[in-house]
Design a protein around this ligand. Structure first.
Ligand code: Z5A
Length: 204
């Protein structure tokens, strides 16, 4: 049995990840490849409960970072690794790069603590491919402002916060070009879908 591939989708809020990851799932499935679409935080029953807690509470950075890794450990053990070993591909909206981008880059949590947690919970387990949706936070903010219920997300965190998160993602992508594909997420949905299809084609 050939092991499946693990693809992660990353980028700031409002970059268009959810919209495009569904298209990518369709593209992969259209090649006859079995694919599981999942997300972080979440992806398992326990992980989804942790997600509710994380997204509804204002907790300190240590508790928050530990909970992201608790959800991730469960996700890898119960869903991601078994699916890959069964030959399925796994497509996850966010994974460990998000912790480096949001907690370390955005909030200033110490990077070495995240490295320790990553080593402890994941060992050398990492995505085979990461698609980074790169976008100016002002454009992402305008998209979320147009979506009912999301009006205050950028106001709450601030555009400066999302600028730091974006920079942290780009720094990671530049340090690991063999794993990352950077997509210009500011275009129309059709343009972004086409760019992803072209860049992912060699993988399919
Ligand atoms: N988080 C963390 O801090 N640390 C971690 O380790 C992990 C996560 C794993 C998860 O929230 C939060 O957890 C997240 C990071 C943190 N946020 N914070 N703060 P989430 O999963 O609910 O949020 P999200 O991943 O950012 O989803 P999102 O806000 O929905 O953004 P998106 O998926 O990138 O965008 P979208 O839903 O596809 O599109 C947003 C809107 O724009 C929507 O109305 C679309 O119709 C529209 N759209 C999409 N594409 C386009 C284009 N191309 N043009 C115009 N309009 C578009």
């Amino acid at each position: 049995m050939t092991r499946g591939r693990f693809i992660t989708i990353e980028g700031i809020d409002g970059a268009g990840k959810s919209t495009q990851s569904m298209k990518l799932e369709e593209l992969i499935a259209s090649r006859g490849i079995r694919v599981r679409h999942t997300r972080e935080p979440g992806g398992t029953p326990a992980g989804e409960r942790v997600r509710e807690l994380l997204l509804s509470s204002d907790m300190g950075p240590t508790a928050e970072t530990l909970l992201f890794f608790a959800s991730r450990a469960e996700h890898v053990e119960k869903l991601i690794r078994p699916a890959l070993e069964a030959g399925e591909w796994v497509l996850s909206d966010r994974f460990t790069d998000a912790t480096y981008a949001y907690q370390v880059g955005g909030k200033g949590f110490p990077g070495e603590r995240v490295e320790e947690l990553e080593r402890w919970t994941l060992g050398d387990f990492a995505p085979d491919l990461t698609i980074l949706f790169d976008i100016d936070p002002a454009i992402a903010a305008a998209r979320l402002a147009a979506r009912a219920g999301d009006k205050d997300r950028f106001e709450r965190m601030g555009v400066d916060f999302f600028t730091r998160v974006r920079e942290a993602y780009l720094t990671r992508a530049r340090a690991c070009p063999e794993r990352f594909l950077i997509v210009d997420a500011a275009g129309s949905p059709e343009d972004v879908t086409a760019e992803i299809a072209a860049k992912v084609a060699p993988w399919l």
